[in-house]
Design a binder for this molecule. Structure first.
Ligand code: PRX
Length: 652
């Protein structure tokens, strides 16, 4: 193994508290605690100063407009995400640096290295290709692509011409895709003929076609990743390679208003209907750029690996825009971490000399289960900073990541944020610390938040409450829900008013002012790193004609964090059977995709209800979690709770 420097030291007075070493502080972009105070004193000035690091075709007239529910950043400024990701580096003479390294899943296939110049050319050609299909500034474009470099090319091409993209996770079902395309009113859909997953080629074209049916999509662009045998409908379908071959490599980036919609990303709310979260150009660019740079301490030559899928916000910000705006190499892996064996991730770190790894606790837990011998086989000494995101991390997973992957020398940056926030909001910086298992940290410089009780008062140290983010809101915070600004106001600003964004996360703070995030307080789950509403699973199951009523609640799970459990009442005359269970799972698969699959289906005769007939999901949740069920006296049907206790094996 190569010699690797120690970056982190243990606090001699506190258990499980770690600090950056003098060496790490020396190298880190930020090492002085004072930045927090300075930024908090004037967040608008702080962000404006940071924004100067990016390219603006025209500088803003006003940095921040605090209008309630309509806050804006860098008003009057013109910029472009793609220009900042590509042209800026080429002009600085760094066009030959590697922008993307892509590792295909099949081990026998060679990895691909794409320089900034090459990526620029690909993006320009594709942007022109999109224009030739009639895509104009402001038109929404659907992207339904697997983990291939064209996913980044497609997002960048859209950003270049100001056509907001709406990326849909490739494992989502055609129905989920259709809902999202419909809501966005997308004219063009970019997809692939398929991809490799767990050694098998997966057909994506068919799903894309089904999803586009009945929507406004006129053209489907198809990237060839498999054998190219997919059937193409004349007039509608175009091969990506044909489109770019004909297109010019010259496409100037469009100067866009800072508040121009850069993308929509659909995410789960508390109802069955996902919400189209809107992100801007300027504010999003600044915060993505800066958080990527400071959180992971990105320096030229770094090879940054974010293991998220491009279909989630983490992939948008930390595979694509964040690292590329920083001019480092972003690494993408097509496949599954167990292909051909559980050493694949560590083999990749060794092979490509990954310097920062950013992943989710669910993946760490899955890899812990496979044994320490897998990471031990590989040289992981190139790693400098480790990151986690997506759900609260448990102590064991944190310590394993720290010891076995980071060799006790890399800081672990636990980054709390959401699809809505666009970029990271809460964490502790590598050169500042502290790094504490299960504790995300404090607001990134310039981001002010607190843990409040339900009345809006700050909680005391150690007391549970809700995480809220204060105005002036961070530049990358969503500007709304596409087509539903009332839902936006109600969801985020009805609890604490327009000056405090309600995150829907429970949290508490420690005596050093760090936030420990305890998880969602609404009916949104984090299942193996995927955000999912219980209501979405309910509405999927309700589509099965054998179901008369259904209630879904979440339950903790050792590996996946949380899983959905479904209580299903079948229609009269239908008896529960293994076949029906399979049929119900197939329905969820069809409507949502495999990510929505309930871990357990409990067939019931009834579920607890209030006198007005509302299902008491709180009680069902307590039942599956073996927690006290509380007062049952107000129920319409208290007897049903005893029956369900037996069905779920409740120990009480
Ligand atoms: O509950 C929080 C959890 O993930 C939710 C947001 O999910 P999504 O929009 O899919 O974005 C995930 C990636 C940014 C949050 O409301 N979450 C995210 N990061 C953390 C977390 N919970 C605890 N610790 C984190 N670091």
């Amino acid at each position: 193994m190569a010699e690797a420097k120690k970056w982190v030291m243990k606090d001699p007075k506190r258990e499980n508290v770690f600090w950056p070493t003098a060496e790490l502080k020396k190298q880190a972009w930020v090492s002085d605690e004072a930045i927090y105070k300075k930024a908090a004193a004037d967040p608008v000035a702080f962000w404006s100063q940071q924004a100067e690091e990016l390219h603006w075709f025209k500088k803003w007239d006003k940095a921040y407009d605090p209008a309630p529910y309509a806050y804006k950043w860098f008003i009057g400024g013109k910029t472009n995400l793609s220009y900042n990701s590509l042209d800026r580096h080429i002009q600085a003479g760094h066009g030959d640096r590697v922008a993307i390294i892509w590792e295909p899943e099949p081990v026998e296939e060679k990895a691909l290295h794409i320089t900034y110049k090459e990526l620029h050319e690909r993006v320009c050609r594709f942007a022109n290709g999109l224009k030739s299909l009639g895509v104009k500034k402001g038109d929404r474009v659907g992207i339904y692509l697997p983990m291939i470099p064209e996913a980044v090319v497609a997002m960048q091409a859209c950003a270049r011409i100001g056509a907001p993209h709406s990326v849909v996770f490739s494992a989502f079902s055609p129905e989920s895709l259709r809902d999202r395309l419909d809501d966005a009113g997308a004219k063009v859909l970019i997809t692939a003929d398929g991809y490799y997953r767990r050694g098998k080629p997966i057909d994506l074209k068919k799903a894309a076609e089904q999803g586009a049916e009945g929507t406004k999509v006129e053209k489907i662009v198809v990237v060839k990743r498999l054998d190219g045998s997919a059937s193409m409908k004349a007039g509608r379908d175009v091969w990506y390679h044909d489109l770019v071959a004909k297109a010019s490599a010259d496409c100037a980036a469009e100067p866009l208003d800072a508040e121009h919609l850069s993308f929509l990303l659909y995410t789960s709310g508390t109802t069955g209907k996902p919400k189209g979260i809107m992100h801007t150009t300027g504010g999003y660019a600044v915060q993505s750029y800066l958080t990527a740079k400071w959180n992971f301490d990105l320096h030229p030559g770094d090879i940054f690996w974010c293991t998220a899928d491009v279909g989630w916000v983490t992939g948008h910000t930390y595979i694509n825009y964040g690292p590329l705006m920083n001019g480092v190499t972003t690494f993408m892996y097509e496949g599954s971490p167990d292909m051909p064996d559980y050493g694949r991730m560590w083999a990749i770190v060794q092979k490509h000399k990954i310097t920062q790894l950013y992943t989710a606790p669910t993946l760490i837990r899955m890899l812990i289960k496979q044994g320490d011998e897998w990471p031990a086989k590989y040289d992981l000494s190139t790693l400098r900073v480790l990151g986690t995101v997506g759900e609260p991390i448990n102590v064991d997973a944190w310590m394993w990541y720290f010891e076995k992957i980071g060799g006790e020398r890399c800081p672990i940056i636990d980054t709390w944020w959401q699809t809505e926030t666009g970029a990271n909001m809460v964490n502790n910086l590598p050169g500042v610390g502290p790094f504490i298992p299960t504790v995300a940290g404090r607001g990134f410089p310039g981001i002010i938040g607190d843990i409040l009780d339900s009345g809006g008062q700050p909680t005391k140290v150690g007391e549970g409450g809700y995480l809220a983010i204060y105005a002036p809101f961070p530049p990358s915070l969503t500007r709304g829900i596409y087509g539903d600004m009332d839902r936006f106001k109600n969801q985020y600003f009805s609890d604490y008013g327009p000056e405090r964004y309600f995150t829907s996360d429970g949290a508490r703070k420690d005596d050093m002012g760090n936030f420990r995030i305890t998880g969602r307080v609404d009916d949104v789950m984090n299942v193996a790193g995927h955000r999912l509403a219980t209501a979405e699973v309910e509405s999927a199951l309700a589509q099965n004609d054998k179901v008369s009523e259904v209630a879904v609640v979440s339950k903790p799970h050792d590996l996946k964090g949380e899983v959905p459990v479904a209580f299903v009442l079948l229609r009269k005359g239908i008896e529960p059977s293994e076949e029906i269970r399979k049929d119900l799972l197939a329905t969820v698969n069809r409507v949502i995709g495999p990510t929505g699959r309930p871990e357990e289906i409990i067939f019931a005769h009834d579920v607890p209800k209030t006198r007005s007939g509302k299902i008491m999901r709180r009680i069902l949740k307590s039942l599956v979690r073996d927690e006290p069920v509380g007062d049952l006296t107000t129920l319409l049907n208290p007897e049903t709770v005893d029956e369900l206790k037996k069905a779920v094996g409740y120990k009480g």
